[in-house]
Structures are given as C-alpha cells and as structure tokens.
Design a protein. Structure first.
Length: 230
C-alpha cells in the first residue's frame, strides 16, 4: 500500500467523526488534502457543514470542492479540526509547520473543541525533534531573533543548526507574510519548556509545537489503523 493510500485511509476514518451541522477546521498538507477531497464528496452527497481553512491552499482546494466556507471572524467556534502533522508522540504533542501553515493551523486548532490528527505511522516518534522544528518569525530583526531562538533552545537542552526556509532561492514567505526558521535539534527533551521559551521572544510569531491541542490521532499503518486519544 502506498503512503498516499495510508493517508487517505486515515482521512476516511476521521471523516466518520463528521456529522450534519458541524463547524469544521480544514488542515493543510498532503494528508489533509485527502480529507478535504473526501469531505467534498460527502458535501456533494448532501452533508451540511461550514468550514474554515488553515491556509490559502486549503481554502482554494475546498472552494474547488464546493465546500461551504467561512472565516474565524464569522465562525469563531469550531466543533472539530482535522489536520496532519510532521511528528507526534504518545502524549499527542505535535510538531507542525512543514507546509508552512503553522500559525493559522494553531489559531484554528485553538478555536476548536476537538482536533483529530491524521497521518501515516511514520510520523509517530518516541521523542520529538527528528523533524526540524519550524518557528515562524517576523522578517524584521531576523538575525536577532535567530540568536535569541538559539539561546532559548540551548537552555532547554536543544542545540543544532537553524536554517531560514527557502523557496526558489528566496526566503519562504508564509500566508501571514512571515519567514520560517527550521530548527534542526534532533531531539526536544523538554517540549513544554521550549514552547514557553520560544513564545517569549519578541520576533517569534509562533512555533510548530502543538501541545494540549490534539484530542485524537488516526495513524495509518500497513497493518491497519491505530487510534490514539478520543
Ligand atoms: C503544514 C503542516 C502539515 O500538517 C504537516 O506538514 C503534515 O503534512 P503532510 O500531511 O503533507 O505530511 O503542519 O503546516
């Protein structure tokens, strides 16, 4: 079974949690893309939902599927968000932002009663950090912010290279107009302390650690689906 098949299976299971009248957050990335496609089929079959996207890319996909869309300003309380992740651990702590949408993803997740993460089982790790931690930063004072991130991380037991994410030879720019610094720490021994230290840095807009947000995980493995949490 291909990785895309596994992602689609996880998306299909998460779709079972969706019912008429729900207000949904739609995640970003290749796994969330499957969810939006499958949701589009259900909407065309008569399911009534209203959705908020976590990125311009997901907004465009959902509109193309004919899914009724709203904004967080119009719909500030959501029942469920379904999103992917770059890494997750047994405590449902996540690293997100590989697709660069971490800020909107976190705002949407914080507005939602439940968050179901969908992924293939390669994303589950014993210790977070193998995937470089994305940190969204204001372009102003970039070098100051980079140094402050390195110092704060070192106090939390994290060292490694910090790289400015690039696309087509230029800094990658998020939907919010910010840059992303990818932190190659290999392990994050104290995720909560690191999260608190990062948000205290003025130039940091948001970081990719999602702690206490995911309520359930659907992992697709070649042997079948594994569900964690609710
Ligand atoms: C985007 C994200 C994605 O959810 C994450 O990168 C997972 O993507 P994929 O499903 O393509 O592996 O956080 O900012």
């Amino acid at each position: 079974m291909s990785s895309e098949d596994l992602k689609r299976q996880a998306a299909a299971r998460a779709l079972e949690a969706v019912s008429d009248g729900m207000r949904l957050g739609l995640g970003t990335g290749s796994t969330a893309r499957h969810f939006v496609e499958l949701l589009g089929d259900r909407v065309r079959g008569g399911l009534k939902v209203i959705c908020v996207a976590t990125s311009e890319a997901t907004q465009a996909q959902a509109e193309g599927e004919g899914i009724p869309m709203s904004t967080l300003d119009e719909t500030p309380e959501l029942d469920l968000v379904v999103d992917g992740a770059d890494e997750l651990d047994e405590q449902l702590r996540l690293v997100k932002g590989g697709g660069g949408a971490l800020l909107r993803e976190k705002i949407v997740a914080s507005a939602s009663k439940r968050m179901i993460v969908i992924a293939d089982d390669s994303k589950k790790v014993a210790v977070l950090g193998r995937f470089p931690l994305p940190v969204e930063v204001n372009p102003f004072g970039l070098e100051v912010t980079r140094r402050q991130i390195a110092a704060a991380a070192a106090r939390c037991g994290c060292t490694g290279e910090l790289t400015l994410r690039q696309r087509d030879g230029k800094p990658f720019v998020t939907d919010g107009g910010h840059y992303i610094i990818d932190c190659h720490f290999a392990v994050l021994p104290q995720p909560e302390a690191l999260a608190a230290a990062l948000v205290a840095i003025p130039g940091v807009v948001e970081h990719g650690l999602f702690i206490g947000l995911a309520t359930g995980v659907v992992l697709a493995a070649p042997g079948g689906l594994v569900e964690l949490g609710q």
